[in-house]
Design a protein around this ligand. Structure first.
Ligand code: EPZ
Length: 418
């Protein structure tokens, strides 16, 4: 198992190119199942999760090949309709196999995804939507069996919560359903808009993506496509916070500032200098930052995927900060590890109360999930002395070339094989 070693205290300076968005690339890769024609997807980040998805697509029967950051799919063999446990357990987003296979094969058997460290992560919203479109569902030996007698029917679907994955699964199935579907209380993330753009390039009729009401008119057939994945707003936010926490100056390239408004606003209010010019953001520490409370909410409010990183920054500011995690029920796994650096954080249910400390000292720590891992890296960059981070495979799921990018910015960071 690899470990990452950081000797902290270095100011980060220089340029970093932001990779394609993991959470956009994954649903777009699953969308290739909806067509028998060739597709080409560019700006696909090279991550464990994209590799898992490519393995998954090949297992199902969709010939998928990656070369660098380009993924191509071509004519496929007959698809299998069963998604095995050993693939599904690796990645929560595997549930996105359901929509396309229901649309193409009228049936899918998928191992129940199981929870992960940030929560139980049920899929009831996905399944209720499929039922409204005429699907029947039963559970046998840990597998979900979903099938439709004739074909999926368009439906009026009102989400109890604007689930990102459920919005994507409905999009990935309703595009080939009979009739029109409407999603009310849909997720509005940029990744949803990117997926809808791809589906419309394929000949689908999706309108309203990016708003809470999405209308999908079912069509008979979908074509191949070429598409460049949008930049990863969560990776970008992580590097902006890296500049702040090391009192450095970083220029982010190939980023979309529009997708980062809630984080930029908070950082600016805290006192960070931020200048946005087209697809570039200059971030510069110019004075001591002031604590800023946050509440994580659905897009476009403050993203839950930046909560852990924000907590680290606030832990080293003079003053008190309150963080409320409203999207996942158990997303404070990083707190225990941050206390090992010397952070002063108290948890009460969904609320974390942080009392800033003057310094962190490096420590051996362990990663629990992708974004908690990012937070531990940030803490190590700011800490005095050596930090050893284990279970880094979580980081490899969500951050492309992490050490290389940080080393180019002046960090003293290396990966060791143990
Ligand atoms: C996506 O997960 C992202 N993953 C997550 O990013 C992100 O944190 C999350 O959206 C919220 O923005 C991908 O896109 C691959 P949800 P998803 O369905 O779709 C509950 C990262 O680090 N819920 O919007 O699983 C759920 O338990 C990852 O890149 C139900 O109760 O998120 C959670 O509390 C982490 N029933 C909340 O809704 C359901 O059927 C949000 O989940 C579905 C969800």
């Amino acid at each position: 198992m690899d470990k990452i070693i950081i000797n902290g205290g270095k100011k980060l300076k220089g340029e970093v190119v932001i990779s394609g968005a993991k959470n956009s690339a994954l649903p777009i890769l699953f969308a290739t199942l909806l067509t028998d024609e060739p597709t080409e997807i560019t700006n696909v980040p090279l991550l464990a999760d994209t590799e898992t998805t490519i393995t998954f697509l090949n297992f199902i029967g969709k010939k998928t090949v990656r070369s660098g950051n380009i993924v191509r799919t071509c004519l496929s063999d007959k698809y299998k309709h069963i998604a095995p446990y050993d693939l599904v357990r690796r990645m929560r987003a595997s549930v996105l196999i359901m929509g396309p296979l229901l649309a193409k094969l009228k049936q899918v058997e998928v191992s129940l995804p199981g929870g992960c460290t940030i929560g139980a992560r049920p899929i009831d919203i996905h399944l209720d939507a499929f039922k409204m479109m005429g699907a029947k569902i039963c559970i046998e030996k840990g597998y979900l069996k979903i099938f439709v007698e004739k074909e999926l029917q368009g439906a009026m679907i009102n989400f109890r919560f604007p689930s990102v994955g459920a919005t994507e699964n409905v999009l990935l199935s309703a595009v080939l359903a009979k009739g029109t579907s409407t999603i009310l209380n849909a997720a509005c993330e940029p990744e949803i808009e990117d997926l809808a753009k791809v589906l419309n390039k394929m000949g689908a009729k999706v309108s309203g993506a990016g708003t809470k009401k999405i209308v999908i008119e079912g069509v008979d057939k979908l074509h191949g496509f070429a598409h460049e994945v949008i930049p990863d707003r969560i990776e970008a936010a992580t590097y902006m916070i890296a500049a702040a926490i090391t009192r450095g100056e970083i220029t982010l390239k190939k980023v979309n500032p529009q997708h980062l408004k809630s984080v930029n606003d908070k950082l600016k209010r805290s006192g960070l200098y931020i200048k946005e010019v087209k697809d570039t953001i200059l971030v510069k520490w110019v004075k001591n930052l002031k604590p800023q409370n946050i509440k994580t909410e659905i897009y476009p409010k403050f993203p839950t995927d930046v909560q852990a990183q924000w907590m680290v920054l606030m832990s080293l500011l003079n003053g008190k900060t309150k963080i409320e995690e409203n999207v996942f029920e158990n997303r404070f796994m990083h707190v225990a590890e941050l206390r090992r650096f010397g952070a002063n954080i108290r948890i009460n249910g969904r609320v974390a109360k942080i009392k800033g400390v003057s310094r962190f000292s490096g420590a051996p720590v362990m990663v629990s999930d992708i974004r908690a891992g990012a937070a531990l890296v940030l803490a190590g960059l700011a800490a005095e002395g050596k930090t050893t981070i284990s279970r880094v495979y979580h980081l490899d799921r969500g951050y492309e070339m992490l050490e290389k990018k940080l080393k180019n910015l002046g960090a003293d960071i290396k990966r060791i094989k143990t």
